[in-house]
Design a protein around this ligand. Structure first.
Ligand code: SAH
Ligand code: SF4
Length: 377
């Protein structure tokens, strides 16, 4: 397998018609922008509040900025937001939006309301190159990384669609990078977006409420440890390399011997106590047998983690079958008896294809798929 690492760019700024796009810039990126146009860096705080806390994208409405500065901003900057081209509502209240990010591509964003919280599931790439065998996004191919403004725009647009200003009312209390794509192959744009979600001048979510989900890009997991205090979920799905190589092909590049130490490192390096959420999709007769549970117990017994069993969600073209409820419960019991924390994820939004692994959006140009991330020889 040949693997092309992401070349990470610090503070990447999107430019549109010669104007800097401010939506995706974190505090430092915004401050740098203001300095670059001869203004004081503290302007970043004011503008960040307008954009993210009040949902304002028109500089003329930013009334605590002088008229001269507003004119300058109109000339030098832009706040672009994608269009919602479809909205679907599930019988369980889950909402899925299709957002147009360019003329060829659209992505899906899902809002899952619960009693105690509202979770937004956001995308980090148009499609995904990693081709996990049980995932609709992977099966559909890869086109490109989303830019930072396109990632945070999902939060911005969802708040608008739900009719709330985050400053006054918080409907979205949690954000998970579990939509389309592999966020840790797009660190350049994922990390600033996560910082904006956690910034008190923007959405102010605590690090427990922002979760990056990854299939196991080890160098980027190590990077989280140093530069981003955020929650981490790992899509493990198999307890040994042989099976994981098959169903989560990135394992061929970063096998369990490399992934597990990276997870221990992540847990130990946090400012406060950390744990990892381990995701495990339940595939009938593939990874749900007693021996798999026993291997998983051995693998995870010393790692501070919570295991989340995900009943497999079917999609057109898959030959996998969801494990029976009995098999899922038996698996959970074995893990709990061994002293692990293990929950079963409740399936939400599957009647509108909004459940885990069902997101597909529209990816019209799939030709770059194997070139950009993983090539299997
Ligand atoms: N690429 C990242 C994040 C997006 S996938 C990752 O793999 O973690 C979000 C979660 O949905 C992952 O745990 C993924 O393995 C899971 N998933 C993918 N396809 C699924 C399916 N058909 N049914 C249930 N879960 C699925
Ligand atoms: Fe990509 Fe995650 Fe789907 Fe695997 S499970 S193909 S990494 S989106």
């Amino acid at each position: 397998m040949v693997f092309v690492e992401e070349k990470i760019i610090e503070n990447a700024t999107a430019v549109y018609n010669g104007k800097s796009d401010l939506l995706g810039l974190d505090q430092k990126g915004l401050a740098d922008f203001f300095v670059s146009i001869g203004e004081k860096p503290f302007r970043s705080t004011q503008v960040m509040k307008w954009i993210h806390q009040f949902g304002i994208s028109d500089f003329d409405e930013m009334t605590n900025l002088s008229k001269a500065l507003r004119e300058k901003l109109k000339f030098r900057a832009i706040i672009r937001t994608p269009k919602i081209i479809a909205e679907q509502k599930s019988s369980d209240g889950t909402i899925k939006w299709l957002l147009e990010v360019d003329q060829k591509n659209s992505i899906e964003v899902v809002f899952i309301p619960e009693k105690e919280r509202g979770t937004l599931c956001i995308s980090s790439q148009v499609g995904c190159a990693l081709d996990c065998s049980f995932c609709a996004t992977g099966k559909q191919g890869f086109n490109r990384n989303l830019q930072n403004w396109e990632i945070i725009a999902q939060m911005w647009v969802a708040n608008k669609a739900l009719g709330c200003k985050p400053k006054e009312q918080r409907i979205i209390s949690n954000v998970v990078f579990m939509g389309m794509g592999e966020p840790l192959l797009n660190v350049t744009h994922t990390f600033p977006s996560a910082r904006i979600l956690m910034d008190d001048n923007a959405y102010g979510l605590s690090k427990r409420r922002v979760t990056i989900s990854s299939s196991g890009v080890v160098p980027a997991i190590n990077r989280i440890k140093d530069s981003l205090d955020v929650s981490l979920a790992i899509s493990l799905h198999a307890p040994n390399n042989k099976l994981r190589d098959e169903i989560v092909p990135i394992n061929q590049r970063y096998p369990l011997e490399e992934l597990m130490p990276a997870l221990f490192n992540y847990v130990e390096s946090g400012h406060s106590k950390r744990h990892v959420t381990v995701e495990y999709v339940m595939l009938d007769k593939i990874n749900d047998r007693i021996e798999h549970a026993q291997q998983l117990i051995k693998l995870l017994k010393d790692l501070p983690c919570k295991i989340n069993l995900i009943p497999f969600n079917v999609f057109v073209g898959t030959s996998y079958i969801r494990s029976s409820n009995n098999a899922i419960r038996r698996f959970q019991d074995l893990l709990i008896k061994a002293g692990l924390i293990c929950t079963i994820r409740r399936t939400r939004g599957d009647d509108i294809d909004a459940a885990c692994g069902q997101l597909a959006g529209k990816v019209k140009d799939k030709t770059k798929r194997t070139l950009q991330a993983v090539q299997v020889k």
